[in-house]
Design a protein around this ligand. Structure first.
Ligand SMILES: *[C@@H]1O[C@H](CO)[C@@H](O)[C@H](O)[C@H]1NC(C)=O
Ligand SMILES: *[C@@H]1O[C@H](CO)[C@@H](O)[C@H](O)[C@H]1NC(C)=O
Ligand SMILES: *[C@@H]1O[C@H](CO)[C@@H](O)[C@H](O)[C@H]1NC(C)=O
Ligand SMILES: *[C@@H]1O[C@H](CO)[C@@H](O)[C@H](O)[C@H]1NC(C)=O
Ligand SMILES: *[C@@H]1O[C@H](CO)[C@@H](O)[C@H](O)[C@H]1NC(C)=O
Ligand SMILES: *[C@@H]1O[C@H](CO)[C@@H](O)[C@H](O)[C@H]1NC(C)=O
Ligand SMILES: *[C@@H]1O[C@H](CO)[C@@H](O)[C@H](O)[C@H]1NC(C)=O
Length: 409
């Protein structure tokens, strides 16, 4: 069996080879492209379960050092959101997975396109382990995000080996910095966490508030999928959402912090509450919506869905689809309904997950709840609501978008 870790080394310091971009606005934005893998046979459900298991293991192992980390293929999904990032003095570009469920940033997932150290690169002896594959990395001195955004001294991993990443060059980790805790091994300095891209943007004065806005858009199946957008800093002027932002505090860190973007929500199907207020996570790296088994059963029994062995999803008939009610996530006192159309897997992509054209599959999955991890709101939710991850105020926000009620699926 292959070692289940990415092994990365940490940049201690770098030469500031590029000036910080003058910041005219207090926010910076980069497009994120949606990549749809059309080769089919993806097991979305298992990929999501593996990821949920890694969330759980981390939560548990933090309090029990004898608990082993598990091997987790983080990305084996039909849909991924990718940001193009330039690294080093020569602006070598990489396509990185945008991930709120991890916080280390690294490149080198594609063995045929490895990092070429630039004049600004600084190698370090430290090794970082992230539990989603395996490899080493050497530090690079700065990272550029689009043409007008430059971060100096950004620690970036360069993987010598990785597992589970097939269609990207690495990961742009935009989770809370605490998630990097414990990822450094053999550090000479007493470093325990690695400042994230958004930490550095904030600390270097490029953005005035440490906030990340994520705009995902539903898959249309068209050749030119609309781009999503990642906004660092003040999201106030964005046209990606309409109306008010509803904020909710991230869940308290005790007794067992999840480290992820943990929130409290309840779930109703139509007028019936199917999940009382509970803690779970919002995750840009999970495709489907995961909910507790009881909640899921109540939902499925009402919709009439039948389990489909091939896709691992529940199938409904056209008639049952027409009878669907809204599935409502209640967060911070505000209803965030998923319309019937928002509850189903994009029909144009049925074959990509091994399903049949013309059938209708519900894009929700049951998960066995553990303490502080009762649900995961994945793309299926995030493509309908703009999401805001606010480090400065330890809160998560959501707002309506032009796609909230779209019938693209
Ligand atoms: C980058 O690190 C070097 C060496 O530690 C330091 O001199 C420099 O001020 C840092 N630059 C920024 C922008 O933090
Ligand atoms: C810690 O994990 C080990 C191995 O999984 C388990 O046997 C032990 O009971 C756990 N200890 C606590 C305090 O949870
Ligand atoms: C790299 O990008 C930065 C920021 O856009 C720019 O200032 C610099 O000239 C570029 N360097 C090269 C070698 O292209
Ligand atoms: C890996 O990099 C090579 C060389 O740039 C490129 O041709 C190939 O398409 C890349 N593979 C993936 C999966 O991105
Ligand atoms: C698409 O997904 C399949 C199955 O996971 C994988 O083997 C293949 O490399 C992926 N293709 C691209 C271009 O990412
Ligand atoms: C849903 O139906 C299944 C099988 O009929 C049953 O075992 C389960 O208890 C039901 N769940 C709920 C919440 O009604
Ligand atoms: C979506 O539709 C619901 C009911 O059909 C309506 O109440 C709501 O205002 C709509 N939301 C948007 C953003 O259009």
């Amino acid at each position: 069996m292959i070692c289940p870790f990415v092994v990365l080394s940490l940049l201690v310091f770098g030469v500031a080879a590029a000036p910080l971009a003058p910041s005219q606005s207090s926010c910076l934005s980069i497009p994120i492209q949606k990549h749809v893998n059309v080769t089919g046979g993806h097991n979305l459900v298992n990929a999501g379960h593996s990821r949920a298991r890694s969330f759980r293991d981390r939560t548990v192992s933090k309090h029990n050092s004898s608990t082993k980390r598990q091997e987790v293929p983080v990305v084996n999904e039909a849909i991924t959101y990718i940001a193009e990032i330039a690294v080093g003095a020569d602006n070598q570009t990489f396509h990185l997975l945008v991930d709120t469920g991890s916080s280390n940033t690294w490149v080198g997932a594609n063995a045929s396109y490895t990092y070429v150290p630039s004049s600004s690169s600084v190698w370090t002896d430290d090794i970082v382990i992230v539990d989603y594959g395996s490899g080493y990395f050497f530090g690079a001195s700065f990272l550029t995000l689009s043409n007008d955004l430059v971060i100096t001294n950004q620690s970036i991993g360069v993987a010598d080996f990785q597992q589970g990443f097939t269609s990207m060059d690495g990961v742009l980790g935009i989770g809370p910095v605490d998630l990097t805790d414990g990822t450094i091994l053999g550090s000479l300095a007493p470093v325990t966490t690695v400042p994230t891209v958004s930490d550095n943007l904030f600390n270097q004065g490029v953005i005035s508030t440490e906030v990340i806005g994520v705009s995902f858009v539903p898959t249309t199946g068209a050749a030119n999928e609309p781009d999503g957008e990642l906004i660092f800093g003040d999201v106030g002027g964005s046209s990606r959402y309409t109306g008010q932002i509803t904020y909710t505090c991230v869940t308290p860190s005790s007794p067992r912090e999840t480290d992820y973007w943990g929130i409290t929500q309840s779930i109703s199907y139509g007028d019936t509450e199917i999940m009382a207020s509970a803690i779970g996570v919002v995750d840009t790296g999970t495709t489907l919506n995961y909910m507790p088994t009881d909640t899921f059963n109540a939902y499925i029994n009402t919709t009439g869905g039948i389990y489909d062995e091939v896709t691992g999803l529940y199938e409904i008939t056209e008639e049952q689809y027409n009878a669907l009610d809204d599935l409502i996530f209640i967060i911070g006192g505000t209803d965030f309904p998923l319309t019937p159309n928002a509850q189903i897997w994009p029909r144009d992509l049925n074959e990509n997950i091994g399903g049949e054209a013309g059938k209708i599959y519900l894009a929700a999955v049951a998960t066995e709840p553990v303490e502080n991890l009762n649900f995961i709101n994945g793309y299926v939710f995030l493509e309908r609501y703009f999401s805001i991850f606010d480090n400065s105020n330890s809160r998560v926000g959501f707002a309506v978008t032009p796609y909230t009620n779209a019938t693209t699926n």
